[in-house]
Design a protein around this ligand. Structure first.
Ligand code: PRP
Ligand code: URA
Length: 207
């Protein structure tokens, strides 16, 4: 699939399996989701542009590099929050925007209830964070908000993706890079990913 990167690193797959396990309770789910998020973002940021900079060590002058652009992390509420802290540890200078979306249970349509983002996203590298890409309705709604604010360089990190969701996102945003640990089989009749890991928000927060 074009521009979909499946992160096959053994630590990512090991942690994904723990998250899939129905026996994994909320406390462990939170910890493991956080751990796996950092590993995934390490891969997802591999292609960030850098610029060369001079640096003086205690012994000599040399050349190093710094990130070319500032970074904005955008977790989709609620479940994206479970991936935020560990990513911030890796990119501590990042700004953080929030998008609140809730998928209606019967129509599966995502409605927006919160938005807090920098007014102009054009200069930034944006990482859109949500553990689940199911029908793709939430991802498209989030991308629409980012696009309205001029975002030009967005990459999306989803722990688990359904083929249906990838297709829907692709239809509207053909060049959006998607990083995931798994492309699962399909959605069930209620729009849940099979095999998936259940409702990520509920498993994270116990509600
Ligand atoms: C979940 C998940 C995604 C969305 C994916 O959130 O975190 O945002 O569903 O489904 P979609 O691809 O079909 O839109 P949900 O709307 O359940 O909200 P929550 O995180 O607050 O539980
Ligand atoms: N949202 C979830 O949290 N899980 C799914 O399987 C689908 C949507």
């Amino acid at each position: 699939m074009k521009r979909v990167t499946i992160i096959t690193h053994p630590l990512v797959q090991h942690n994904l399996t723990r998250l899939r396990d129905r026996q994994t309770g909320a406390q462990e789910f939170r910890r493991v989701l956080s751990e796996v998020a950092a590993l995934m973002v390490y891969e997802a940021t591999r292609s960030f542009a850098v610029v060369p900079v001079p640096v003086t060590t205690p012994l000599a002058k040399t050349r190093g590099c710094r990130l070319r652009r500032e970074v904005v992390l955008v977790p989709v509420l609620r479940a994206g929050l479970g991936m935020l802290d560990s990513i911030l540890q890796l990119v501590p200078h990042a700004r953080v925007g929030f998008i609140g979306l809730k998928r209606e249970e019967t129509t599966l349509r995502a409605t927006s209830y919160h938005k807090s983002l920098p007014p102009d996203l054009a200069p930034f590298e944006v990482i859109l964070i949500d553990p689940m890409l199911a029908t793709g309705g939430s991802a498209v709604a989030a991308m629409d908000l980012l696009a309205e604010l001029g975002a030009q360089r967005v990459r999306m990190v989803n722990l688990v993706a359904a083929p249906e969701g990838i297709r829907r996102v692709r239809a509207r945003y053909p060049d959006l890079p998607i990083f995931t640990a798994a492309v699962d089989r399909k959605l069930n009749k209620k729009g849940y990913i099979l095999p998936g890991l259940g409702d990520a928000g509920d498993r994270l927060f116990g509600v």
